[in-house]
Design a protein around this ligand. Structure first.
Ligand code: FEO
Length: 405
């Protein structure tokens, strides 16, 4: 049975929701599911914008069949061919063999790499600035390399102001029937998933997102609706999501606040983290989030690292090194190009505490534009009077740094 939504008079959402997949890209937990968005335009010609993941192909095909209502499918525009969107291209070709696929040269190349049987069908390569008219609608194509793969483009419908934004402005989370941003409480129910999606999937490519935002700024006044490939469609309040994208892509924190990540084997480093958080609160800092690095998937840690201005790393020493799960988190920060944060480091060790110096070295050498507070806290197994005094000094330094930020 079909399940579609009207976006405009002649444009339909024909995507589908996925709620059985545990890990997006087989790495990021998606407890709230995810939607694969695809859009079908009924003009003089019929045009499908992107396909969907193979897992939801049956629903996707039923939706297309219903909306086409016996009409042929004339065009398939592929803005982004990564298999969570391009996975059903071949199925579309099997059912609508006369369709013309419009995409970039690189997208066609990668489709062939994946073994998609596109040759023998009508393929039309487009590049930045090209236009295509389907009847009353004329669209223009805008290159969006590395948002989030190199072949990506976005398509802007000049006639009605709809921007098909590919992965940009997307989010984890299933739609539950509510397609538009004004049908949900985005800031309450969606922003955490949107941030976790952006930071972990596109976070590394901030400069490329900046470039796309710069291009989009020239048509900003003409954009009426933003149709991403995941999550809600935006038809109001563009300033809200643009502000988030500007902050995320420039690696500026969203909030003055403290993220405390601790790695603890027997609870002593956890106790230090709790003690430190309590000191901060008593000094007036209440915007605090604390995680056990071993119990929280790193994608959540990364999302909140993009959110908060200050990060406290409290880490036990393990095999004379950084606790492996903490090390993984640090490596992910590096991989995702995290910048512009202030760090405080607390180490623990029972006979040769080393994690603090190693973490400092990593932060200094591997991350850009960061500050590591000078005050050092080295705990020997558990907090004592000496290390508690050091903790108090570090708390003061952190509070001063937040006030200055
Ligand atoms: Fe949702 Fe880059 O694919």
């Amino acid at each position: 049975m079909y399940c579609v939504r009207k976006v405009t008079d002649d444009l339909y959402w024909v995507g589908a929701n996925e709620n059985r997949l545990a890990l997006f890209e087989n790495i990021h937990p998606i407890e709230n599911g995810v939607s694969y968005n695809s859009y079908l335009l009924l003009d003089k010609k019929t045009v499908l914008f992107d396909t969907a993941d193979w897992a939801v192909c049956r629903q996707f095909l039923e939706n297309i069949e219903y909306v086409l209502n016996g009409r042929p499918l004339d065009y398939l525009v592929i803005n982004h061919m990564e298999p969570d969107h391009g996975g059903s291209i071949e199925e579309i070709l099997l059912r609508y063999p006369d369709v013309t696929i419009i995409s970039t040269e690189k997208a066609f190349m990668i489709m062939r790499q994946f073994g998609f049987k596109i040759d023998g069908h009508t393929l039309k390569e487009v590049k930045e600035g090209d236009t295509e008219t389907f009847g009353k609608h004329t669209v223009t194509f805008i290159a969006a390399p590395m948002v989030h793969w190199p072949e990506a483009m976005v398509t802007f419908d000049i006639t009605n102001g709809v921007l098909f934004a590919a992965d940009a402005f997307g989010s984890f989370g299933k739609l539950s029937g509510r397609l538009f941003n004004d049908e949900v409480n985005f800031d309450r129910d969606w922003i955490d998933d949107a941030r976790r999606y952006y930071t972990n999937i596109v976070g590394k490519y901030g400069p490329h997102v900046q470039l796309l935002l710069k291009k989009a700024s020239t048509i900003l006044g003409s954009i009426k609706i933003i149709c991403p490939l995941h999550g809600p469609v935006w038809r109001s309040d563009f300033g809200y999501i643009l502000d988030k994208y500007i902050k995320w892509s420039t690696y500026e924190p969203e909030e003055k606040g403290v993220l405390i990540i601790y790695a603890s084997m027997y609870g002593n480093t956890e106790a230090v983290a709790n003690n430190f958080a309590t000191r901060l609160v008593e000094k007036g800092i209440t915007n605090i989030k604390m995680y056990d690095v071993s119990k929280t998937h790193v994608s959540f840690l990364i999302a909140d690292t993009f959110k908060y201005s200050h990060v406290v790393l409290a880490c036990v020493t393990y095999n004379l090194g950084i606790y492996p799960v903490m090390h993984n988190y640090l490596e992910d920060m590096k991989a995702l190009n995290l910048q512009k944060r202030t760090f405080a480091v607390i180490e623990n060790g029972s006979w040769a505490p080393k994690s603090g110096s190693l973490i400092r070295e990593f932060l200094d050498e591997q991350l850009k534009e960061i500050t590591v507070l000078n005050d050092e806290v080295s705990v020997l197994s558990s907090l004592n009077e000496t290390s508690a005094n050091d903790l108090e000094q570090l708390a003061d330094a952190l509070v001063d740094s937040i006030k200055e930020a």
